[in-house]
Design a protein around this ligand. Sequence first.
Ligand SMILES: O=P(O)(O)O[C@H]1O[C@H](CO)[C@@H](O)[C@H]1O
Ligand SMILES: O=c1cc[nH]c(=O)[nH]1
Length: 239
Amino acid sequence: MATPHISAEPGDFAPDVILPGDPLRARRIAEEWFDDAAVVSETRGILGYTGTRGGKPISVLASGMGMPSATIYATELVRFFGVRRIVRVGTAGGVAPSAKVRDVVVATGAHTDSSMSELRIPGVHFSHVASFPLLAAAARAAENVAWRGEHEVHFGMVMSTDTFYKDRPAVVEGLRAHGVLANEMEAAALYAVAAAEGCEALAVLTVSDRRDAERNLTAEEREKSFGNALEIALGALGL
Ligand SMILES: O=P(O)(O)O[C@H]1O[C@H](CO)[C@@H](O)[C@H]1O
Ligand SMILES: O=c1cc[nH]c(=O)[nH]1
């Protein structure tokens, strides 16, 4: 039974889904990290694949960019395709001085400037938090990665914003002053969907750029440089 945005049948998605923003990153994850990956949805060019890892089923679906898009895909995955755990593997801008380009940020929670959050429970400033079991498993996975030392893994708060181009430096300064690690555009929405729909969610992000970096990742590198984050994400899922 297809939904307005996903052209798949019940059972086409595994209970565990990796959710990158970029459809080409979704294809790369399926082709390079899954066994026997097959396309399960390509409506609007938002690519979805299901395959296996170590014999266990796993899917990947792009979310597109921004919270409205991520909310649509995460909600449909849970409501119509029986998905139970969603791990976003995305890129982010480093905010804290410690979050260097190519480091990994695991979002324990997400602030947001999105009005979607205000609309969720009228009168309530909703707190967007990661699934504790996924977070704990990610922390265990992070202890064993071979690349630690070359690149760091940070656990803490991120900012999920509606505005990629921030022309208000005071906002970034305020976030930094409050210990926010990185800026991205979907984690808060994903965490809100998980709370509302009763599933588990986590966001594992690769720092792709910083204002003060000598060199930021190119668009091609942002598509390809997800391996370290994906290793933590798959570790969190026990895959
Ligand atoms: O690389 P992805 O996962 O798309 O994530 C980040 O990149 C996009 C902005 O360029 C936004 O979606 C932001 O959250
Ligand atoms: O600076 C950045 C980089 C990636 N994604 C964002 O939302 N911001």
